[in-house]
Design a protein around this ligand. Structure first.
Ligand code: FES
Length: 149
C-alpha cells in the first residue's frame, strides 16, 4: 500500500467517523425540534379520565396536596375541610407558572408574580385574573379518578 493510498484510506475513515458522530448528535436534536413544531391533534395523548390514586393516598389539606400530571398538565388533589376530594389545576391563571401548595397558609401561591389562590382555587391575591380551574372528581371502589370535563 502506497503512502498516498494509506492517507486516502485514513482520510475516508475519519470523514465517515465524523459524519456518524455528527449524525448521532444531530438526529435527536432534529427529532426534538420536529416534535416541538408539530401540533398534536386534539385527542392525541389526551385521556378523558385518570386515576389519581387511592382515597387514602390523597392528603388532607392540613398536611399537603398531591401534585399529579393529567394530560401533561399539573393538577393538585387534596381533601378539603369537609373531607371532600378536590382537584385544581396547578397552572397559574396569570402567565402559566406552576403554583405551589402552602401547608401553613392552606392556599396555593405562585412564585412567579405572587398570585395567591384559596383552597377552592379562587384568586385572592396578586395579578391572577381568574380562579384555578377545577377538575371533576369521582370516587369509585376507594379509587380517586379525575375527569377532563
Ligand atoms: Fe403566576 Fe404570574 S404566573 S402570578
Amino acid at each position: 500500500m502506497t503512502d498516498k493510498t494509506r492517507a486516502e484510506t485514513r482520510r475516508g475513515f475519519l470523514t465517515r467517523a465524523i459524519l456518524v458522530w455528527v449524525g448521532m448528535i444531530a438526529a435527536p436534536l432534529i427529532y426534538g425540534i420536529l416534535r416541538y413544531l408539530t401540533v398534536p391533534s386534539d385527542n392525541q395523548g389526551q385521556n378523558p379520565v385518570i386515576l389519581a390514586g387511592k382515597l387514602s393516598d390523597i392528603p388532607d389539606f392540613t398536611t399537603g396536596a398531591k401534585l399529579i400530571k393529567f394530560n401533561r398538565k399539573a393538577v393538585f388533589v387534596y381533601k378539603n375541610s369537609q373531607n371532600q376530594v378536590k382537584a385544581l389545576s396547578a397552572v397559574c391563571t396569570h402567565l402559566g407558572c406552576i403554583v405551589g401548595y402552602q401547608v401553613q397558609d392552606h392556599d396555593f401561591k405562585c412564585n412567579c408574580h405572587g398570585s395567591v389562590f384559596d383552597l377552592d382555587g379562587k384568586n385572592i391575591g396578586g395579578p391572577a385574573p381568574k380562579p384555578l380551574p377545577p377538575y371533576r372528581v369521582e370516587i369509585k371502589d376507594d379509587n380517586v379518578y379525575l375527569h377532563q370535563d
